[in-house]
Design a protein around this ligand. Structure first.
Ligand SMILES: O=C(O)C(=O)C[C@]1(C(=O)O)C=C[C@@H](O)C=C1
Length: 305
């Protein structure tokens, strides 16, 4: 898909990593900046955009839990994924030296991906979370802040006229964020290339239920690539009475599972039919082509100051 006709909503301002992810998934698309992820979802629901791009996990920071919750609250379908190498820079106004800095601002994920490097660089700064990385760079430029640096991309430095004080400050040079692409309609799953399927379920009461659900995949040689549990917001706690010792309070979860198969495959259809027997709720979030682009980690850790 070359994407030249597509309008793709992302959270952040130009220079954000989500914008780069939109461009990787749909080269030549029109990327539409949105204040919040919720707004990006609404843009698709209201036909203002054709796709939304949503970061779901990072190789250093882990799962972006709020976005898993959003997937469930809305009825959009996952139609693709991209894995984007994330190469962070420390940005400040031209002429600012690291000794002047009292504060570093960025998206919380970016701050956590650079935590150790910031300490190693010997900066005596407070860390403050803002909505997105490029927005942090824009804020410094608009307010002429000479005591504050942003963690953002080299493209954000260029767009907002900042200098790069340090390059490659992520704690691991292979830092990657995985994004999913969302649309109003699902795509038709195929079998001529590797597909991944994402589901969410709540399991029923009973013994070894989670084990039984997962074995539906194991018996069919379907690999799970990810499992994530989140609180079941409608029913967060289940009380289990034991006449002798009182009442146990079990937490209830929603489980998000990604597996390596297409819903066009009979083994995936059979696995889900079996899973349904043990679950009180089951939804297929999408069946979509896996990102198979060759691995190219971002440049090494050259954080000079
Ligand atoms: O703030 C940005 O630039 C984003 O695109 C968001 C985001 C995220 O939510 O994880 C995306 C990729 C990086 O992991 C850091 C931040």
């Amino acid at each position: 898909m070359h994407g030249s006709q597509l309008r793709v909503a992302y959270q952040g301002v130009p220079g954000a990593y989500s914008e780069a992810a939109a461009g990787k998934a749909y080269p030549n698309c029109e990327a539409i900046p949105c204040d919040q992820f919720e707004v990006a979802f609404q843009a698709v629901e209201l036909w203002i955009a054709d796709r939304a791009v949503l970061p779901v996990e990072n190789s250093l920071g882990g799962s972006i839990h709020r976005n898993y919750d959003l997937l469930l609250r809305h009825r959009l379908h996952i139609v693709g994924e991209v894995q984007l190498p994330v190469h962070h820079c420390l940005l400040a106004l031209p002429g600012v030296r690291k000794e002047y800095l009292t504060r570093v601002i960025s998206h919380p994920q970016a701050l956590s991906q650079c935590e150790h490097t910031l300490t190693k660089l010997g900066l005596n700064v407070t860390r403050e979370a803002v909505d997105d990385t490029a927005g942090a760079a824009e804020y410094i430029a608009n307010n002429n802040l000479r005591d504050t640096a942003a963690i953002a991309s080299a493209r954000a430095a260029e767009l907002y006229g900042l200098q790069i004080l340090a390059d490659g400050i992520q704690d691991d040079s292979g830092n990657v964020t995985r994004f999913v692409m969302l649309a109003r309609d699902p795509i038709i799953p195929r079998t001529d290339r590797p597909f991944k399927t994402s589901i969410v379920f709540a399991h029923d009461k009973g013994t070894s239920v989670l084990f039984k659900v997962l074995s539906a995949f194991a018996f069919r040689n379907i690999s799970l690539t990810k499992i994530e549990s989140r609180p079941h917001r409608n029913r967060p706690i289940r009380l289990v009475d034991d006449a002798n010792v009182g009442t146990a309070k079990h937490f209830e979860y929603l489980f998000y599972v990604d597996f390596e198969a297409s819903m066009a495959e009979v083994r995936a259809q059979n696995a889900l039919a079996e899973v349904q027997e043990f679950t009180s709720f089951l939804r297929v979030l999408g069946s979509y082509p896996m990102d198979m682009t060759p691995w190219s980690p971002s440049r090494g850790d050259e954080h000079s100051l």
